[in-house]
Design a binder for this molecule. Structure first.
Ligand code: SAH
Length: 340
């Protein structure tokens, strides 16, 4: 990937941060996700559903409640974006047994860019006996009412970065030195107005990130929910209000590394700008709730009562379950950095 990037930069100049992320993460031949299962202790990062079944179970209750609020449709799509190993969906489906009519109405639709992970999802969800299908894009999901969920999906969608210079925004791109080292470079010209018109003013030197794919997703949700009422729930890490910062980060074996250290061999993500996401959803006529701290949301879903009943069923598991709760809820762990 490093060689391919250098060739591309030599041929047509520095690439946007979004192009860099897209190539590194999703290239079908060399990309990070298509070539591996990155999750878990032996991988590069771990996510909430992989930490504890209680996380997916809380989402399961949300699904049942939302289905009831939608008037108990006979058939609905439960759509998950970027399902990873399928663990969260498996825990949700177990909880749906609490309401057999909901479970019967539920059609699982997964949207996953990596063929390697699709295979893992099929294996994880096989025993559930549920109706599970895969589609490429949200547009391809049929018109039945949709409940859409995604955990740590928005953070890997490609961002563009802009730097404020002399009162104007210029794009920050990925270029290379003469000796072939990747580095950030700033465009000499201001960025096109079509992009910058939605950006706030800021002091010189400020950096702002924009995720065009989240803007597109918002348009799509508005369109769909105007036709047929539904709900979407996103969980990810990021601030509640737009911040000015370079938040692109790379993880390898659970440690932060330089974003250019090993292109396509590290997990690249950026903080999700929940402030912008919410505002554009409202502008599109959607009604929104949150962002709420993950800890507050999970407590509202009664995760602590669930922990108590799991411990009662298996007293030896107490230390493990307490550790899991701590990771999900503590402000020094995922509790407040992650939003719902
Ligand atoms: N939700 C899972 C996995 C998070 S990792 C969990 O919480 O454990 C990010 C997931 O999104 C992976 O499954 C990755 O392959 C998928 N993904 C990344 N970019 C995508 C895209 N553009 N379209 C669909 N899936 C994508």
């Amino acid at each position: 990937m490093h060689k391919r990037l250098l060739a591309r930069i030599q041929e047509s100049g520095p690439v946007s941060v979004a192009e860099y992320m897209t190539l590194c993460l999703l290239d079908p031949v060399d990309g990070y996700y298509p070539t591996r299962d990155p999750l878990g202790a032996g991988g590069d990062f771990i996510t909430a559903p992989e930490i504890s079944q209680m996380f997916g179970e809380a989402l399961g209750l949300w699904v049942i409640q939302s289905w009831q609020d939608l008037g108990r449709p006979n058939s609905f799509n439960l759509v998950e974006l970027g399902p990873g190993r399928g663990v969260m969906m498996a825990d949700i489906l177990k909880v749906l047994r609490l309401d057999p009519a909901c479970r019967k109405a539920c059609q699982v639709v997964l949207i996953e860019a990596s063929a390697a992970l699709q295979a893992v999802q099929a294996k994880t969800l096989g025993p559930s006996g549920a109706n599970v299908g895969w589609v490429d894009r949200l547009d391809a999901v049929d018109d039945a009412p949709c409940l859409i969920i995604a955990n740590e999906y928005l953070d890997c969608l490609p961002i563009r970065q802009f730097v404020r210079i002399e009162g104007a925004w210029s794009e920050r791109r990925v270029g290379a030195t003469k000796t072939g080292e990747l580095r950030f470079e700033v465009d000499g010209r201001p960025a096109p107005q079509a992009i910058t018109q939605s950006l706030p003013a800021a002091e010189d030197g400020a950096i702002i990130e924009v995720c065009p794919a989240i803007d597109l997703l918002t348009d799509h949700l508005a369109e769909r929910f105007k036709q047929t009422a539904g709900r979407a729930l996103f969980i990810d890490y990021g601030p509640s209000e737009t911040e000015f910062a370079d938040t692109l980060q790379a993880l390898k074996s659970h440690k932060k590394v330089d974003v250019f250290e090993a292109p396509s061999d590290t997990d690249l993500t950026a903080r999700v700008d929940f402030g912008r996401f919410k505002n554009s959803a409202i502008d599109q006529g959607l009604s929104t709730q949150g962002p709420t701290f993950q800890a507050d949301w999970l407590r509202a879903m009664n995760i602590e009562a669930r922990a108590v009943s799991l411990i009662q069923a298996n007293p030896g598991s107490k230390p493990k379950i307490m550790r899991q709760l701590h990771r999900l809820l503590d402000p020094d762990e995922m509790g407040t950095l992650f939003k719902v």
